[in-house]
Write a protein of this length. Structure first.
Length: 347
């Protein structure tokens, strides 16, 4: 019984370590955590004050001695120590601060990161308490989480648009046949709105306000309903230095995001052009699957379909595709071991 109790506390975990959000899947329990990838640090003693949603609320609103940090940039670890703090916090929360045998962990990573960046992800997870760390490319995990039959000898195309990277891949037989990773995704769409507001309206706004604009009236393709949408935006007028409110409309925001959206579309086109004919025929029949938070942008599926001539589907739960994919791999480990892009030795 003692051994059983120890094993029950060492349930394997799947982690989507995202630029914007971190999601955790625990074997046998499903998705148990979804929090922003943000840590608030006291600059005086270096101790973490808040992690996740509580820390996100502090972004842009902290006094001089507190710094809210996003430890991941463009899908990779930019601040190793803070990423380790964040991972430890989430792992302990998932296990309700109980003592546990170090779990086996599967982590989704961008397909285009370097060997050094891969090592940083593994090291952070090991330092946070993992016994073994397996890395899986995000587009593969997203495709599995979206329910695509990646173990069959047929072509499946996934476009996973996260906070820091867009992953485009053609998959077959549990592997990536063609893939491309571009460091243009949700964050760049948000930044483009901030730059537009400065340039056109002389209004300085924060990341959270720009994100709100993108979610509420942002769109990638014209439609009669969206083009009537408008939003009052508050910020600081750059000439007077005083708070000011302006009204922006959906077509303006679509125009502001045109450049980063074109980068994403071109990545999809390049991948299709490089796909073997037999697999390309499968994709024409099956369509393209969109996953990740960026898939929720209104009209993005229509834009990609218009540019490629291929039907585009949005996953049922695009935000959770990667973490659900890591979970399904964990629960079918022996059958899906080939999907891992790297593996650590048992420590």
């Amino acid at each position: 019984m003692a051994l059983f109790n120890r094993l029950s506390l060492s349930r394997d975990m799947g982690i989507d370590l995202g630029t914007a959000n971190t999601l955790v899947y625990v074997s046998g329990r499903g998705v148990v955590l979804q929090e922003p990838s943000v840590v608030a640090i006291d600059e005086i003693d270096g101790k973490p004050l808040a992690v996740g949603e509580e820390a996100k609320q502090m972004l842009g609103r902290t006094p001089g001695n507190i710094r809210a940090i996003r430890p991941l940039r463009d899908g990779v670890i930019a601040d190793f120590d803070i990423a380790e703090v964040m991972l430890k916090h989430f792992i302990r929360r998932v296990h309700e601060n109980k003592a546990l045998v170090s779990p086996r962990v599967v982590i989704g990573i961008p397909s285009g990161i370097t060997g050094v960046e891969r090592r940083a992800v593994k090291d952070a997870a090991l330092e946070a308490g993992a016994r073994m760390v397996y890395l899986i490319d995000e587009p593969v995990a997203a495709a599995i989480g979206a329910g695509l039959p990646v173990d069959e000898p047929t072509g499946n195309m996934i476009v996973d648009i996260g906070g820091g990277t867009t992953e485009v891949a053609v998959l077959s037989l549990q592997g990536s046949v063609r893939s491309e990773s571009v460091r243009v995704a949700g964050d760049e769409l948000t930044d483009s709105i901030k730059h537009y507001m400065k340039k056109v309206n002389n209004l300085d706004i924060g990341d959270r306000t720009a994100e709100e604009i993108k979610v509420k009236i942002g769109s990638a393709y014209p439609s009669p309903d969206d083009d009537e949408a408008a939003l009052e935006v508050r910020g600081v007028h750059m000439l007077s230095g005083l708070p000011r409110t302006v009204t922006v409309k959906s077509p303006e925001i679509r125009e502001s995001m045109a450049e980063p959206l074109s980068v994403i579309v071109e990545a999809v086109k390049r991948t299709l052009e490089d796909t073997p004919p037999e697999l390309a025929a499968d994709i024409i029949d099956r369509g393209i699957m969109l996953a990740g938070g960026g898939a929720l942008l209104k009209g993005l599926d229509t834009l990609i379909s218009h540019e490629t001539g291929i039907v585009v589907h949005v996953a049922a739960d695009p935000l959770s595709c990667v973490v659900l994919g890591t979970g399904r791999v964990l629960e079918n480990f022996s059958q899906m071991e080939r999907v891992f892009s790297d593996r650590s030795r048992d420590l």
